[in-house]
Ligand binder design. Sequence first.
Ligand code: SF4
Ligand code: ZN
Length: 308
Amino acid sequence: MKCKCGNEAVIYRAFEGRALCKRHFLESVDIRISRTIGQNRLIKRGEHIAVGVSGGKDSSLTLYQLKQLQPKFKLKISAILIDEGIKGYRDKTIKKARQLCKKLKVPLYIGSFKKEFDLSLDEMMKKAKAKRLKHPLNACTYCGVFRRHLLNKIARKIKADKLAIGHNLDDEAQSIMANWIRGDMLRAIRVGAKAYIVKDKILVPRIKPLRDVPEKETALYAILKGFDASFDECPYASESFRWEIRDMINDLEAKHSGTKFSIVKTFDRLQPSIRKMIKVEKLGKCKKCGEVSSQAECKVCLLREIIR
Ligand code: SF4
Ligand code: ZN
């Protein structure tokens, strides 16, 4: 298969009906990310952007892209890594994240579940299992809540204006479908290139520069650019609800190309109306820890109570 320029293609984009060579593929991903950043005004001149890194392909690409924009926008860039304590997985990816930050000359701040919550994720799961809870929660529920909390806390501590995360198109489509299926409208209004819509000085706004790039393409970009990124899957991933949704969407995409874009774009059109319907003017504070919360007690405190 050939690209429009006559060179050998590295990818066929079924949803666009065109093949692209290495140069044109990389260029098109760069353009798409710049467009996401520009159209959604994700960054402003002189801002301090903290990038959540993991050593994986998506966060490596996010950091790389923001580094490219650093001179133009006079950005200050830092990286934050959260060590959840997942044996045989996170220990490997941390090494890769350290190497990348060193190569790109970006300061790296590391937070750990063990230090912050006294237990690693592996230990939390052992404890939760031993308690034989009537409605056990899966690892991703604990991990997601604790990681978001810790990322925000570190970003705030280093005085970052924004927190960039490596969510790609597949992640966005999965979040949207998961929220529909669960009927979770509160979470639905937070989906988007700029994730937080409630302004609060203790919440660092989240941005997603890769939101319009399919996962297959973030992987190909990382390979073609020679990023030393991890492609490993977390051992807990297959237990999650998101995993089932991922399989379902991938099946649909294989049969009907463009499904992922369609899920995200349709939701984007509906979201303003959903936001009007579900008004969240101001969030309260958790009575235990003082963090932002829509309930009397925040999710971090509730989950810590379960595994105490
Ligand atoms: Fe955490 Fe689940 Fe992601 Fe693993 S797959 S890192 S447990 S959220
Ligand atoms: Zn709390």
